[in-house]
Design a protein around this ligand. Structure first.
Ligand code: UGB
Length: 676
């Protein structure tokens, strides 16, 4: 009350919302007027952000939280009244006629597609210090996840344009959803790699906000008191020596701080560096220094955060509200686009499955198409399930891995989620690659504003369920979008071979080594090996004799090691394209490495036993034949605890020793033959 005269009308409105929703405790420890006023202002800035970034505002968040917390306390089953059964979907087999037809259709449709990468998660399970999209998907060619995604989209764009009759200028848009945890580093990654060949205007970043944490069953917002464990810091100044080795482009260093860093990048970014070349500009972030409380230089504890509400991520479901509120969906619709494809941060195989899956969407006219793979029972990925309610309603939806087993047990399946005679759970695994038809998607979001059904997962102190071990928050998942759709919506799914479509990097080496035998590790080790296996199996399908793998153990995980074969997406994204590049009878031995970077490289009666690396400009046509024989590249075990090795290698448990290779680069157009 005594601070009221200091507030603006907007702040008074926000204060009213907080008081009316039972949040008076937030003001209990406020200093008297005139003291710490900047912190009080920052508090209202935070409340304004929390209010505007949530569909329906903070009042709606708190109301939903109370309902969900009460359901959780009562032990209410979110699937009450629903019986699960195995749904029917499109099951594809790589390389058969059906698959090839769907791929053709998918490539045609790709020019009407937009891609959305959800990359706001830090990946706590992996325990990697950087952003996950900056990790190498594999270390033979060293391609990063984001690079692989962008190069795949560009390859699809080119392939789709080549099929079009008109003068196709399509630039497939890419949205990346980031969060405070990943935003600045994602921009830096794109920026320092020239957007991996994409035009900067094709890429748009949308940052998701965190949501308020809840302290109890009454949805009292949690005050952020974590900072009593922090020393207060303040800015010092630094002097920088000028750069003197550059004659032509004057370098500009901008010293930033935590307060200015992200916003400085955004400013440069959204103004094309005001005409400077991005490489001329370098940002150096200064760190703050400890504050002193008295003449004895006692360090000051940072208590300012009693003016902050604790926040946590809301989940990947935010992507729908963000896309809607940004207005970009309408822009895409007006530009004639028809499909939106959502995907996650670390699946190095994904784009091998995209063309066929898009073809299924177009052919079956699915409003929603989820990509799925056969799933081992209890594997930590959601199961696609048909839910039939006692009142007759049905929906095909992802049921998260921790809910599927109890749901089955509660509905007459005493063994829960178990493998059937195929060796897999009958419920296909959701890999969270979703394809939506844009028109119906916009219609639905116009009704919902992009709000997705949420859930809450409090960790209670004891069975009375009256208090939490730590604050909780509402969460939402992007695959829950169909939950609000009418029964007339066409919701389908497409099952692909797991070896072709799914190899995420989610688990740290210790956890991966504990995964039950036979279940996928979902680690950096298995993610990389899966790429070599998929490429080897694809080459086998088009007629190359690829040797069998050997089994090796890295970071305590037993994996199949196939020949280390990689290629750029532009060399071959579809079965038909790859088949066109391979003829005669070729062989590749298990110890071999093959890296193809050029678009028009053709393998003819080639035998590889060693390492072969070929790069070529797009208008160079290179035939490779004969026999490649050298010492090649080997894999050397490393221990994930060995801190002398960079983290991105340590988490794989091996590094590559490049002993001997045949390497050729064709930099000019023309026809060439490489015959070692
Ligand atoms: N993500 C965000 O962008 N923002 C967030 O707030 C959180 C995450 P996880 P999860 O395919 O293997 C999902 O943590 O949520 C991004 C499906 O729910 O890797 O445990 C994040 O950056 C599950 O059904 O996965 O499980 C990442 O790109 C199953 O399909 C993505 O969201 C599983 O993925 C996923 O985040 C799977």
């Amino acid at each position: 009350q005594h601070n009221l005269h200091l507030l603006t009308p907007q702040q008074i409105e926000l204060a009213k919302i907080l008081l009316e929703t039972g949040q008076t405790h937030l003001f209990e420890h406020w200093a008297e007027p005139g003291v710490e006023d900047d912190e009080k202002k920052a508090f209202f800035d935070q409340v304004a952000r929390l209010d505007s970034s949530y569909p329906g505002g903070l009042a709606s968040y708190i109301k939903t939280a109370r309902e969900l917390l009460s359901d959780s306390k009562a032990g209410k089953n979110p699937f009450d009244g629903f019986t699960p059964s195995v749904p029917k979907g499109e099951v594809l087999t790589y390389g058969d006629n059906n698959f090839i037809n769907f791929e053709d259709m998918g490539v045609k449709e790709a020019r009407k597609a937009a891609f959305v990468l959800v990359a706001g998660g830090l990946g706590e399970r992996l325990g990697y210090n950087g952003i996950k999209v900056a990790l190498p998907a594999e270390t033979t060619a060293g391609t990063l996840f984001l690079q692989n995604y962008i190069e795949s989209i560009l390859a699809l764009q080119d392939a789709s344009c080549r099929l079009a009759q008109d003068d196709c200028q399509t630039k497939i848009p890419l949205v990346i959803m980031t969060s405070d945890d990943t935003h600045a580093r994602t921009i830096e990654l794109l920026e320092s790699n020239s957007y991996f060949g994409m035009e900067p205007t094709q890429v748009k970043l949308l940052k998701q906000e965190k949501v308020a944490c809840l302290d109890d069953n009454d949805a009292r917002l949690a005050v952020d008191l974590r900072n009593k464990y922090r020393i207060q810091v303040s800015v010092i100044t630094l002097t920088l020596k000028p750069h003197d080795d550059c004659q032509t482009k004057i370098p500009l260093v901008i010293m930033t701080s935590d307060d200015t860093h992200a916003r400085t990048i955004e400013l440069l970014e959204s103004n094309s560096y005001f005409g400077m070349e991005p490489t001329q500009v370098k940002l150096l972030k200064q760190e703050k220094v400890a504050c002193l409380d008295d003449n004895d230089a006692r360090l000051a504890v940072d208590l300012r955060n009693r003016y902050r509400i604790q926040t946590k991520p809301h989940g990947h479901g935010d992507v729908h509200a963000l896309l809607f509120s940004s207005g970009i969906l309408k822009v895409w619709h007006d530009a004639g686009l028809r499909w939106v494809l959502f995907f996650q941060d670390t699946n190095g195989l994904l784009f091998k499955a995209i063309p066929a899956a898009l073809g299924v969407s177009a052919t079956r006219q699915y409003h929603v198409n989820s990509l799925a793979v056969p799933r081992k029972a209890k594997e930590a990925i959601g199961g696609i399930t048909k839910l039939t309610h006692a009142d007759g309603r049905t929906m095909v939806i992802n049921v998260e891995y921790n809910q599927l087993d109890p749901l089955l047990r509660a509905t007459g399946n005493p063994n829960g989620d178990v493998n059937c005679e195929t060796g897999y759970s009958p419920f296909p695994g959701n890999i969270n690659q979703l394809i939506f038809e844009l028109g119906p998607y916009i219609d639905e979001l116009t009704k919902t504003g992009g709000a997705i059904k949420e859930f809450v997962n409090p960790k209670y102190k004891d069975a009375s369920k009256t208090s939490f071990k730590s604050s909780t928050r509402l969460e939402c998942m992007m695959q829950d979008y169909p939950k609000t759709l009418p029964p007339s919506a066409r919701v389908g799914f497409t099952v692909m071979d797991a070896w072709l479509a799914y190899a995420p990097v989610k688990n740290n080496p210790e956890d991966a080594a504990k995964v039950p035998k036979g279940n996928p590790y979902h680690s950096a080790t298995s993610g990389e090996m899966a790429i070599y296996r998929a490429n080897s199996l694809i080459l086998r399908k088009v007629g190359v004799q690829v040797a069998d793998p050997v089994v090796q153990v890295f970071n305590g995980q037993e994996v199949e090691v196939w020949p280390r074969i990689t290629w750029k997406p532009k060399w071959g994204l579809t079965f038909a394209e790859i088949k066109r590049k391979v003829c005669g009878s070729s062989t590749i031995s298990q110890r071999s490495t093959m890296v193809i970077k050029g678009r028009n490289v053709f393998l003819e009666d080639l035998s590889v036993d060693g390492a072969l690396l070929i790069d070529a400009v797009d208008d160079a046509e290179v035939k490779v034949r004969g026999s490649v024989q050298n010492k090649g590249w080997t894999l050397e075990n490393i221990d994930y605890k060995d801190a002398s090795v960079p983290e991105e290698l340590r988490i794989r448990g091996f590094k590559i020793n490049k002993i001997e290779q045949l390497e050729k680069n064709y930099c000019e157009s023309g026809n060439f033959t490489l015959e070692p």
